[in-house]
Design a protein around this ligand. Structure first.
Ligand SMILES: Nc1ncnc2c1ncn2[C@@H]1O[C@H](COP(=O)(O)OP(=O)(O)OP(=O)(O)O)[C@@H](O)[C@H]1O
Length: 281
């Protein structure tokens, strides 16, 4: 597995912030995966992201992009930020211009993308994120969910190699959560590595193919969803639990004598497995 972004023993304390936010964080983000980052409030997820595109610089330790230690020179940082896109938890932090169109153009203007190419990319992104009808709309007239889409579109228009998303499903209803996950699948299929921080264990379980768990500024676990969610006591010690579907399956599998090692990841998959076994009985 090739690593796209790596942290090696990174320590970071916010100026005047008291205790360390990252306490020797070592993590390797594999290229081409759909990754999820779990961890309780304040364990350092956002701080990791802000180191990932060089907004913050470690006090000690190293961050590597595609095997190379980050350079913090202005020009190198601009290039890094084109490749590592961050979608913040709160779109108000991110969506800065007065209309959707202006906002989506903003990053490309900063990078000096030629006008023709800019137009092409904007068209593609408006289409892809179903934002055409909002293009001329003042941002303040949009709902929170719509602002989140604009923030994602504004990052994706730069075609990053790695997309870091901070709690993208927070405050979204079920339909919009499913729609977002489908869009992230699409983004991933088109070649972008995705790392999503979330508190929603069910979303993590249904969507991720690789999961990281952070606790108190360090990485404490990494693996497939099945590996990570197996040990309930360990998860509880990090103030996490198990996804609902996984918990239900632990009870159901012995009853229907399903011995496959992989648990189902969605309700639809679980129903299919139960039906199959039912037919045999
Ligand atoms: N600007 C700041 N100044 C001082 N301390 C900060 C600042 N931002 C975050 N911290 C502290 O750094 C630690 C890590 O915070 P961070 O926001 O990275 O956690 P998180 O895992 O993203 O949390 P959440 O799940 O609540 O979003 C926390 O103790 C937090 O209080």
């Amino acid at each position: 597995m090739r690593m796209i972004l790596e942290f090696e023993d990174v320590r970071y304390t916010y100026p005047g912030g008291g205790s360390e936010a990252l306490c020797g964080l070592t993590i390797q983000i594999p290229e081409g995966k759909k990754c999820v980052l779990l961890g309780h409030n304040g364990c350092g997820k956002s701080t990791l992201f802000l180191h990932g595109n060089g907004i913050y610089r470690p006090d000690t330790g190293r961050v590597r992009w595609r095997g190379q230690a980050l350079s913090y020179k202005r020009r190198d940082l601009l290039e890094l930020r084109r490749q590592v896109g961050i979608v913040f938890q709160d779109p108000e932090q991110q969506v800065v211009a007065s209309t959707v169109l202006e906002d989506i153009s903003y990053g490309m203007c900063n990078l000096g993308v030629p006008e023709d190419e800019m137009k092409e990319r904007i068209e593609a992104v408006l289409e892809r994120f179903s934002l055409r009808e909002f293009a001329e709309r003042p941002i303040h007239q949009l709902s929170l969910g719509q602002k989140k889409r604009v923030a994602l579109a504004g990052v994706m228009v730069l075609a990053p190699a790695l997309l870091l998303l901070d709690e993208p499903t927070a405050y979204l209803d079920r339909l919009h959560t499913e729609r977002l996950l489908a869009e992230l699948d699409e983004i991933h299929r088109a070649g972008t590595t995705v790392l999503m921080a979330t508190h929603d264990l069910d979303v993590a379980y249904a969507w991720a193919d690789w999961i990281f768990v952070m606790n108190k500024g360090q990485l404490v676990c990494a693996g497939t969803p099945d590996e990570v969610f197996r040990d309930r006591d360990r998860l509880m010690s990090w103030q996490l639990g198990q996804p609902q579907l996984y918990e239900v399956w632990q009870e159901v599998a012995p009853l229907i004598q399903d011995e496959q090692s992989m648990a189902p990841r969605t309700v639809a998959q679980m129903i299919e497995r139960i039906r199959k076994i039912g037919k045999k009985i």
